[in-house]
Design a protein around this ligand. Structure first.
Ligand code: NAP
Length: 320
């Protein structure tokens, strides 16, 4: 089968299309014919060799895909040949025509969701759901600032928070991003490339500040976030690409909380719950993955350039 293989860590050019052997599923494993692959920023960190947990070389990148089950091991209970599914993590790497996963890494795709949208679920929707519900214990009626709402995780968070009855304020860096966030349910959208864009938050929250911030670029925003929080407010650090100096005093008077998160810290039980909720949200029409562009698998290097560019609203998907 064809797959993208990384033989040495480096720039996007190390993503090479190769013919590789395709493995068969063991007892509790499922083989999937891949129809679409989700590209995530973490794929680029791992490819470049800077991520703390690195795979052995050579490896096939990617955590997210969607497709059709073509074989199931003898002890697999939940899936059979022909099922439409998506996955989060795999045993073989997702930038490929076929993947093998454990049964627990695979989730059913609702009939109303196509494969391209299915490839946008694994990392982005689980991250948004975990941040809101498991880290922040977000409640209906609370105000959430999604600081970086126009990307894969941010748009999922706008939909999940909105459908749970939260007041959503989102930020984006372009006019198209602003429009998109509003269309997805945010009651206000601010441009993080404009000066003083955060001044509006005071008025939008009647002077109370926001209860919760989901932060996609903490190394730029964390200092300001602490000023925007309400009393007992909390910030979940989802993304950060460097360091920042903050004034801890900003958090004292408000009893505010800064919490980190990694999707890789979720337990299997949490993932099962999270994907059950995602299935419900998708099949009831509350969640709609937003796709920015689809590229052939051979253009994985271009996809890695694109996913790190500003102003790319929604997901980049590779088609094998
Ligand atoms: P993405 O699709 O590339 O989106 C990036 C987002 O950041 C866009 O909305 C972008 O807006 C926004 N952004 C750019 N400049 C910003 C600024 N100054 N302030 C606030 N936001 C800004 O990436 P993603 O998949 O949504 O992931 C977002 C971040 O979370 C990445 O750093 C990723 O590595 C991380 N992440 C972490 C976990 C975890 O487990 N902790 C899981 C998934 C993702 P514009 O393009 O409109 O400017």
């Amino acid at each position: 089968m064809k797959a993208i293989q990384v033989e040495t860590f480096g720039g996007p050019e190390v993503l090479q299309l190769r013919k590789v052997g395709s493995r068969e599923p063991e007892e509790k494993q499922v083989k999937i014919q891949v129809e679409a692959i989700g590209v995530n920023p973490v794929d680029t960190y791992i490819r470049s060799g800077v991520y703390p947990a690195q795979p052995d070389l050579p490896y096939i990148p990617g955590f997210d895909a969607a497709g059709i089950v073509t074989a199931a091991g003898s002890a697999v209970r939940k899936f059979k040949t022909g099922d439409r599914v998506y996955n989060f993590k795999s045993l073989s790497g997702c930038y490929a025509e076929a993947i093998v996963c454990t049964e627990d890494q695979v989730y059913r795709l609702p009939d109303n969701i196509d494969f391209t949208a299915g490839a946008a679920l694994g990392v982005p929707y689980s991250t948004a759901f975990y941040a809101l519900n498991y880290r922040a214990h977000a409640m209906p009626g609370e105000t959430v600032l999604i600081h970086g709402a126009s990307g894969g995780v941010g748009l999922a968070a706008v939909q999940i928070a909105g459908s749970k009855g939260m007041q959503v304020i989102g930020t984006a860096g372009t006019e198209q991003g602003i429009e998109l966030i509003k269309k997805q349910g945010a009651f206000a959208a601010l441009n993080h490339n404009e000066e003083n864009y955060l001044a509006a938050v005071d008025e939008l929250t009647f002077g109370d500040g926001v209860d919760l911030i989901l932060e996609m670029l903490a190394n730029v925003n964390l200092g300001n976030d602490l000023k925007l929080l309400s009393r007992f407010g909390r910030v979940v650090v989802i993304g950060s690409r460097g360091s920042i100096e903050i004034d801890p005093r900003e958090s004292m008077g408000k009893n505010s909380t800064i919490m980190g998160m990694s999707l890789f810290n979720t337990t299997q039980a949490q993932l099962t719950q999270i994907h059950a909720a995602i299935y419900a949200g998708l099949s009831r029409g509350r969640y709609h993955p937003v796709i920015h562009s689809q590229l052939p698998l051979a253009k994985a290097a271009e996809a890695h350039e694109l996913v790190m560019q500003a102003g790319v609203n929604g997901k980049i998907v590779l088609i094998p």
